[in-house]
Design a protein around this ligand. Structure first.
Ligand code: 9Z3
Length: 327
């Protein structure tokens, strides 16, 4: 469904604000290295040398974790967005299982694919000294460690998983842009699954103080600028043929579906996954232009998660989209 008549204006891409965001952002550290990793990864999947199938492989960019907004250039303080990274990590595993290659754009320190069943402090809790020259895995964690190592090694060594970390909103959007532009050549075989919790407000680099803000100056009065919505640019220019899924998070369930529906139309997403903070692990609603589908975790299985049926549904939708695109 498209935007109509009198609401048309607010649906336009804010090019000036987007330029100002990128122009004022600090240069991306490691940008050349990231671009070269992306180029190799996409080339490998465009020629399908990994699967040997001869066609273009399906590649999904999964974003995961929350972005920070630094308050000082030599950053001591920052504003953070909540996200443990569980959704992104679990979804990555299910996408890999479904035959996708995954670019995992994640917040440093958040949950990683294949590591979900490890204890909080895996190094200290999983291993023990047997004697001075040997370290062994505790029997109670053996299966979890084995699963993490084998799953992760197979995905990375096989060339199916590329992991790129971010911390700030600047890094997140700069890397997302690099990923999206490099995935453009994959056409409709590309998917974006934007589960990261991205900041809505930021302090522009130009107006940010260099040194730690001093408390002796009294109460802190700061003006944050709205982060321009990049989703319409992603759809229109960075990767226009890709299948795009964004997330809408609310704490007030009364406004959730309405906001998700607005995002669907405003940014021309193919699906918006609506979730409420408290129940996000139990159920989500996939909002599409043809109707809403509620997805639940299988409550009869203690370890079942909602990401399993969610990815199943999105893979189905993506298949139909590729078929319709006649590519
Ligand atoms: C989500 O809604 C994710 O599902 C969660 C996952 C962050 C809730 P966890 O990482 O939680 O498993 O702990 N992500 C998107 C949140 C977001 O910032 N969406 C923006 C919005 O709601 C749109 S891009 O306005």
């Amino acid at each position: 469904m498209d935007a109509t008549n009198n609401s048309e204006d607010i649906y336009e891409t804010p090019y000036a604000e987007i330029d100002s965001f990128f122009d004022s952002a600090p240069p991306l550290r490691d940008g050349t290295n990231i671009s070269s990793k992306l180029k190799d990864f996409i080339e490998m999947h465009s020629s399908s040398s990994v699967s040997g199938s001869g066609g273009v492989n399906r590649v999904v960019c999964v974003t995961s974790g929350g972005t920070t907004v630094p308050l000082e250039r030599r950053c001591v303080r920052y504003i953070d967005n909540f996200s443990s990274g569980y959704r992104g990590a679990a979804s990555t595993e299910y996408f890999l299982k479904a035959g996708y290659s995954v670019i995992f754009l994640y917040r440093r320190g958040t949950c990683q694919p294949f590591c979900r069943s490890l204890p909080d402090d895996p190094l200290l809790e999983c291993f023990e000294f047997t004697d001075e020259s040997n370290i062994q895995v505790h029997q109670s964690h053996f299966e979890a460690v084995k699963r993490a190592l084998t799953g992760h090694d197979a995905a990375v060594a096989g060339g199916f998983l590329l992991k790129l970390p971010f911390t700030t909103i600047f890094e997140y959007l700069q890397i997302l842009q690099l990923i999206a532009i490099s995935m453009r050549s994959l056409g409709p075989s590309a998917m974006f699954y934007l589960a990261a919790a991205a900041s809505d407000f930021y302090v522009p680099w130009k107006s940010m103080t260099e040194h730690k803000i001093q408390s002796r100056s009294g109460p802190l009065d700061m003006r944050l600028v709205q982060v321009p919505k990049m989703l319409s640019l992603l759809r229109k220019e960075w990767s226009p043929m890709a299948f795009c899924v964004s997330f809408k998070l609310e704490t007030d369930k009364e406004i959730l579906l309405e906001k998700a529906d607005m995002a669907l139309r405003k940014y021309k997403m193919h699906a918006v996954v609506a979730n409420e903070l408290l129940t996000r692990k139990e159920e989500v609603v996939v909002v599409t232009s043809t109707g809403n589908i509620t997805v639940h975790r299988d409550k009869t299985q203690p370890d079942a998660d909602v990401e399993c049926p969610l990815i199943h549904l999105l893979v189905e939708r993506h298949s139909a989209y590729i078929k319709d695109s006649d590519f």
